[in-house]
Ligand binder design. Sequence first.
Ligand SMILES: C[S@@+](CC[C@H](N)C(=O)[O-])C[C@H]1O[C@@H](n2cnc3c(N)ncnc32)[C@H](O)[C@@H]1O
Length: 205
Amino acid sequence: MTKAISFVILYIYDLIFRQSKDEIIKRFNKGKSSSRILHDNDARKKAAALLFKNNKRSDEYYTDPVSWTRYLTERGWLGKKFCDPFLGDGGLAQRLKNICKIVTMGKGDFFDLIQRKNTPKCRVLANPPFSSKFLVMQSLLEIKKPFSLILPFQVRFTSLAVLQAYQKIYGGRFNCFVLKSYEQVFSLPDGKKKPIGVFILEWDF
Ligand SMILES: C[S@@+](CC[C@H](N)C(=O)[O-])C[C@H]1O[C@@H](n2cnc3c(N)ncnc32)[C@H](O)[C@@H]1O
């Protein structure tokens, strides 16, 4: 009898909870573009490919170790293993070799790689293409993969509501790790350095 009652209570709770999530998504998706919540990974892949096509140049900035050193030190993660699903020029593991161990998740599209059953267990540490950052986040959050992503600093301000909505929908806790100005620098494909305003978004479950 007690079992039946708790089952009914759980069922009703689940029903209400799901409805309220749907309600958040409906309200949230109104008029939004790149941060729209897409439930289907293939739909995200298509949307990301389109965004990437239109932003190819600005999505090819490579991570500099200086952006991660203090962060990894403060977290006590120096020397730890992380995975990067965005291969880029393939040089990230080499560039960060003095501060951590980067394992790639293989060649191919991020949205395919993270669906694989044998995904490496490690935390994602990445510099995603900024054009599809919200779609990338959704896919990581959906599978509850802890991550630390370098993102444009505007996200902390103009898109805080997006992060809060994602938290309500997908759960977990997020934190914005503020970088010092000298840490906000990237390498371009031609080897030049470029300062870009960024921070690290970390999400844990
Ligand atoms: C901002 S760069 C970062 C590269 C490298 N991980 C680093 O930090 O030095 C993002 C890279 O992801 C690649 N990329 C874009 N869309 C992708 C996707 N859907 N799946 C995998 N890689 C993608 C781009 O070609 C680009 O090289």
